[in-house]
Design a protein around this ligand. Structure first.
Ligand code: G1P
Length: 277
């Protein structure tokens, strides 16, 4: 079964400068929780409790966040403030964390390949914490939805959603044959196409289930657009040699890598998800 989940968190977060000058963008809070904690909670709920981070320079706060803060915790132990630590303690009690560092930013494909040492030879999830996904009330979260698809088909699965034409150039875009409602067998995929060259309006969102043969493919994948090793290019090879599925996610997704999406997510979570401890 799938137990491991990789979080590529090496990126710079330039769109949030100067906030991200000395601080990891994944630590920016949506209301009271850093973005990355939402992603880790999603992985845990989906049954993936072995969490691997591919970090980079300036990202130590992420490792500290998922560790005990002895001074703080002993100070508030037994006081009314202890309740504010409940959610992070739950995460820490239920997950195992490991870290490796990507010392050059050469693309998402390169980050995932760097994580091989934490994954080994088993299928695994990938979560891009910038994409915050909120499920419908009472429904499985997006990663859990994808684990179910994986269990049935045993091949790599990417999450997709329809995006407006003027946004498509920001994403990996798929073309596929619809096998059943909302599930596509990928025939083509392009990273950040020009609007007129996009094979559809189905954009890849930052949730993946990958089979471990992706590592060998990534090793042989030359840099693509923006001179970065693209996971999209490696997945196209995997799709052509075998099978890769695209799953239209159910729920609401926010692009927290953009300022507008981040503010929207903050408002939505405050209104609909956040509960005061
Ligand atoms: C990455 C992937 C892209 C995907 C996107 C989802 O791009 O390369 O295929 O559509 O994440 O958020 P990035 O946003 O890192 O440029």
């Amino acid at each position: 079964m799938i137990k491991k989940c990789l979080f590529p968190v090496g990126g710079y977060g330039t769109r949030f400068l100067p906030a991200t000058k000395a601080m990891a963008k994944e630590m920016l809070p949506i209301v009271n929780k850093p973005l990355v904690q939402y992603g880790v909670e999603e992985a845990l709920e989906a049954g993936l409790d072995n969490i691997g981070f591919v970090t980079g320079r300036g990202k130590r706060a992420i490792a500290d966040h998922f560790d005990i803060s002895f001074e703080l915790e002993s100070q508030i132990a037994g006081t009314s403030k202890e309740k504010y630590l409940t959610s992070i303690r739950d995460v820490m009690d239920n997950a195992i964390f490991s870290f490796t560092r990507q010392n050059e930013m050469k693309g998402l494909g390169h980050a995932i390949l760097t994580g091989e040492t934490l994954i080994g030879n088993e299928p695994f999830g990938v979560v891009l914490a910038d994409d915050l996904c909120v499920p419908e009330p009472g429904e499985d979260n997006v990663l859990a939805q994808m684990v179910k698809i994986y269990k049935q088909f045993r091949c790599s699965v990417v999450a997709v959603m329809e995006v407006p034409e003027d946004q498509i150039h920001k994403y990996g875009v798929i073309k596929g044959e619809e096998m059943k409602e909302g599930l596509y067998r990928i025939e083509d995929m392009v990273e950040k196409p020009k609007n007129e060259e996009a094979p559809s309006n189905l954009a890849i969102i930052g949730r993946y289930i990958l089979t471990p043969d992706i590592f060998d493919i990534l090793r042989d994948t030359p840099p693509g657009i923006n001179n970065e090793v693209q996971i999209t290019d490696a997945l196209l090879k995997q799709a052509k040699d075998g099978c890769v599925l695209a799953y239209k996610l159910k729920g609401t997704r926010f692009d927290c890598g953009s300022v507008g999406g981040f503010v929207e997510a903050t408002n939505y979570v405050f209104e609909n998800v956040y509960k005061e401890p």
